[in-house]
Design a protein around this ligand. Sequence first.
Ligand code: UDP
Length: 244
Amino acid sequence: MSKEFPLVNVLNVPFINTTQAAFLTTVESRINARLNTFIVTANPEIVMYARENPDYQRILSNADYITPDGIGILKGAAILGTPMPERITGYDTMLALLKWGNEQQKSVYLVGAKPEVITDVATVVADRYPHLNVVGTNDGYFADFAPIAQDIAKTKPDMVFLAVGFPKQEQLIADYRHQNNGLWMGVGGSFDVLSGHTKRAPKFFQQHHLEWFYRLITEPTRFKRMMVLPRYLNTVKKAARHQK
Ligand code: UDP
């Protein structure tokens, strides 16, 4: 874990306690210095998964930064008496870094999502960020990551975005990050949104912290995954009581 930011512990996951802007400044200077950097953007689902999977917990503890992705983390931190200022989501961080990368003529490698999605992502990125150098793309349904990692080692991108969902993306990053000194970040379903295949929640839902609700009504198959939320909040409340 890097030391620049104070940490807030939510059920044994150490989140950086800072703003999106301050975080971006730090990440950008690390990319400029070609430092090996592993970012995890964690939501309650990830926190609960880490509780039950020591291997994944270990991977998280080796990340450089864990950011609060999801309102549930802010809620949890507040209940524990250590409030955090704002969400730092994977999607927003990726967009900000793509924009900055375009201005600074950085290079990027994009891996993840279905073949038709990554093709559209490549088109959107080339169109919106013409000065960003996309040195490689691959869909997320590969049998073996090793050849992709080899290509990453060869092309040496400033940033690698891996969109294959958790826990796989973090496991792969932990295994292969040593092959390239740059940024490695798991971005979950972000390519589906960036390519327009999935719509992000309308502003109203975002502003009222109801993105989760929007996703639930538009993708009802996520219901089972979301059942972890009440369990997470109960666990946080119990931890808060034990603190007293
Ligand atoms: N995915 C992939 N390879 C796999 C499994 C999933 O590339 O073997 C992609 C999937 O197409 C989707 C993303 O990973 O784009 C996972 O999205 P989800 O919203 O479930 O991720 P979360 O942000 O919740 O981790």
